[in-house]
Design a protein around this ligand. Structure first.
Ligand code: GDP
Ligand code: IMO
Ligand code: MG
Length: 420
């Protein structure tokens, strides 16, 4: 069997959690391959609303095997809270969660260092979620990191203290005040809990599942425009959010990849700093934010809102080899008279359909207008019930993007999902 990949094509928050939860019944296992608690993946079913940060979004399905892959970075304190919250809902996480020995640990001083470094950047700050993501991946690449497997070794505390001291020296150099004791206490409680979980050689574990003909879904975090190589650098996250990241973040060969599901909102959002050509700074943007409840699932920050951006989507489809598209939050556009689609950029008088080296403020989006459907779509159960204008919008996007849209999401609940 193959590994299907589901990942975001915009700047994150496309609805990955909702869709992974909705399609998990088609899979035996869901694997996260990168990112960490900077992610906030929301899902809703039976009037339960839940946000996941590190745990794969298949966790609420009875028989699913959920794996945190080697490419993920884990904060023990946050993972503990996540597990406790899910256990409260009657799900025994310890029975169906597997954690890679090779996943790196976010230690408390990584978080403080993240804040100290953002602070030092002043106006040039990235708008990080301050979960310690950048410093943890930095230590991984610099070969200083601590991994889950280390917590089982006798000299773990020594390794921990040595890394912590390096961080403290850096934080002091940046003249940043901090309080460590409480953070450390919670973190070590988390470490004790992790020791009781299924810690595995996840590359063998996942490849063995494939040998046993199990179907696997790889769940991405963030989005392609936040990818460390292909996103709007430096306003990106510190991991590869693209399909290639699933190979290194799980330990599977390229020929093991099956379908690549690219997920996008019917409009566009971004949280944190960085360029966003179609951003709406006036009342239309505010309307999208209010109707779409566009506030961060991890930080609560208001998300910046704008129209859909086809040059950016085409770029993401190319980088990821997307074979099927999933469009979410089309219902948020229900009340709009006109819906705009950015088809190209005007860059100092030159028309471009590709993404330039840097997306600067000089870029003016060129829009095509669509008539809104002005109908409630949240109770629609099949495509035939869709208003003509929505069907036209979908048809236009499919032709432009040259990939079929196989799922349309018309609300946050698991059931508000149309399979085409
Ligand atoms: P993720 O990070 O990609 O998993 O997305 P988030 O959970 O951060 O943000 C998506 C938000 O939109 C969440 O609040 C979801 O409950 C909600 N959502 C997902 N799909 C839909 C949809 O089709 N319509 C509406 N109205 N909300 C949706
Ligand atoms: P999900 O998986 C949206 C953004 C941050 C910031 C930049 C770097 O829920 O889609 P980091 O904490 O990684 O150093 O922040 O990336 N960012 C996200 N934006 N959704 C996310 O995850 C994000 N994870 C990070 O806002 O601009
Ligand atoms: Mg999110």
């Amino acid at each position: 069997m193959k590994v299907d990949v589901l990942l975001g094509l915009q700047w994150g928050d496309e609805g990955k959690g909702k869709i992974v939860d909705a399609i998990t019944p088609k899979y035996d296992s869901v694997v996260r391959f990168q990112g960490g608690p900077n992610a906030g993946h929301s899902l809703e079913f039976n009037n339960i609303k839940h946000v996941l940060h590190t745990i794969p979004s298949g966790i609420f399905h009875k028989n699913s095997i959920n794996v945190i892959g080697n490419g993920v970075v884990i904060d023990a304190a946050i993972l503990k809270k996540e597990i406790e919250a899910i256990n409260k809902l009657g799900v025994d996480v310890s029975q169906k969660l597997y954690i890679s020995k090779k996943a790196h640990l976010i230690i408390p001083t990584h978080r403080i260092l993240d804040a100290a470094q953002e602070n030092a950047k002043g106006k040039a700050k990235i708008g990080s979620t301050l979960k310690g993501i950048g410093p943890t991946y930095t230590d991984k690449i610099a070969r200083n990191g601590l991994r889950i497997g280390d917590i089982l070794t006798p000299n773990f505390i020594e390794k921990y203290n040595s890394l912590k001291q390096k961080h403290i020296d850096l934080i002091n150099f940046l003249n940043f005040a901090f309080e460590l004791e409480e953070l450390e206490k919670e973190w070590f409680k988390g470490i004790e809990l992790i020791k009781t979980l299924k810690i595995v050689d996840s590359e063998y574990f996942v490849n063995n599942l494939l040998k046993e003909n199990k179907k696997i879904l790889a769940e991405g975090a963030q989005g392609t425009m936040l990818d460390i190589d292909f996103g709007t650098y430096p306003f990106v996250t510190s991991s590869n959010t693209v399909t290639a990241g699933a190979l290194t973040g799980i330990g599977i060969a390229p020929q093991k990849i099956g379908e690549v599901f690219g997920i996008f909102k019917a409009y566009c959002t971004r949280v944190g700093s960085g360029p966003f050509p179609t951003e709406l700074l006036e009342e239309t943007g505010e309307k999208l934010r209010q109707i779409g409840h566009e506030f961060g699932a991890t930080t609560g920050r208001p998300r910046r809102c704008g129209w859909i951006d086809l040059p950016a989507l085409k770029y993401s489809i190319m980088i990821n080899g997307v074979t099927q598209l999933i469009m979410t939050k089309a219902d948020v556009l229900n009340e709009f008279d006109t819906i705009k689609v950015c088809t190209a950029y005007d860059i100092n008088g030159n028309i471009s359909k590709t993404i330039p080296y840097e997306l600067s403020d000089e870029i003016k989006p060129i829009y095509k207008d669509f008539k809104g459907w002005k109908t409630d779509t949240t109770n629609i159960k099949s495509e035939v019930e869709m208003p003509t204008e929505l069907k036209n919008y979908i048809k236009y996007l499919e032709i432009e993007l040259e990939v079929p849209i196989t799922i349309v999401s018309l609300g946050p609940d698991r059931n508000q999902t149309i399979y085409r």
